[in-house]
Design a protein around this ligand. Structure first.
Ligand code: ATR
Length: 279
């Protein structure tokens, strides 16, 4: 009897995992492309990560996305870590190779850039400095990507100064650290502003950074996508800035993993956005 091909399985590992939009997103693409496969939320208890990564390939998994709190820890358990994941210090995409090796990558930065390019095709990264609010994991991915595409100077402000200082020592002199209380001032003269903090998200405190330095023509984007139109984006739009919401980054960071696991590049379009917005 010949073996039937195994139905590929992928998923997202984290703890907790119930809030993740990834299963709905990958499920939408699988259905749309008529691929026989499944994408499953996997709640892995702390302490079980190593064993879970050992077992998942044996159960038919071809890879997983990684979310909080395991994005850093998986780097230690992977056999191959891409340069960008190592630089960021976190992975969001794992591929389980046929030889048993685990390959770890980070597509947050490329997803961030792809979202900007999709919504603002005329965007010129070299146009001027970028102001980045926050110095957490998401900020590291954004800053690595901004440097890669040629942004000449990146001004970072973070509540915890030490984390911003670490960014400068990891990414070099293009990164300039500003005091959190001065974050409003650092926006002056910038071509773009990015919020990578959780401020402004549903259930979190408001972003209180003064925004009077925003000018017509600046590009402003928020990684927060719940709400979709954050107070930052509302104020930026009123000031004549070009604004891009954060939902597209979520969609674009998911596409490379999907392609590696299931063999087809999914399209990130309005139908995909709407499928997530209607959840
Ligand atoms: P992520 O992986 O999403 O970046 P993170 O690493 O926990 O998550 O980073 C969250 C970011 O939001 C950090 O820049 C954090 O500032 P600290 O480094 O000082 O913690 C920022 N942040 C969260 N709550 C904040 C608050 N109430 N005020 C200012 N910054 C806040």
């Amino acid at each position: 009897m010949t073996d039937l091909p195994r139905i590929p399985l992928a998923g997202v590992i984290g703890h907790p995992i119930a809030h993740s939009k990834s299963p709905a997103l990958h499920g939408f693409w699988l259905k749309r492309l008529g691929i026989k496969g499944h994408y499953i939320p996997l709640d892995i208890a702390p302490g079980d990560l190593r064993e879970a990564l050992h077992m998942l390939p044996r159960l038919g998994f071809v890879g997983v996305n990684v979310t909080i709190p395991y994005k850093e820890e998986v780097l230690k358990l992977a056999d191959v870590v891409t340069d960008r994941a190592a630089l960021i210090g976190a992975a969001n995409t794992l591929i389980f190779r046929k030889n048993g090796k685990i390959y770890a990558d980070n597509s947050d930065g490329s997803g961030f850039i792809a979202n900007l390019r999709q919504h603002v095709p005329t965007w010129n990264p070299a146009a001027g400095p970028a102001a980045v609010l926050g110095a957490g994991g998401a900020s590291r991915a954004v800053i690595a990507a901004l440097i890669e595409v040629g942004v000449p100077e990146i001004r970072v402000g973070n509540r915890t100064r030490l984390r911003a200082d670490a960014l400068r020592s990891d990414f070099g002199a293009k990164v300039q650290v500003h005091e959190w209380v001065q974050a409003g001032n650092m926006i002056e003269g910038c071509a773009m502003l990015v919020n990578t903090t959780s401020l402004g998200m549903v259930g979190k405190p408001d972003l209180r950074v003064p925004l009077d330095a925003l000018r017509r023509g600046m590009l402003v984007t928020d990684l927060v996508y719940a709400p979709l139109k954050t107070q930052l984006l509302i104020e930026a739009e009123a000031a004549g800035c070009t604004v891009v919401d954060g939902l597209g980054m979520l969609l674009h960071q998911a596409a490379p993993g999907f392609e590696r696991w299931f063999g087809q590049r999914p399209e990130v379009d309005d139908a995909t956005r709407n499928a997530l917005l209607s959840l």
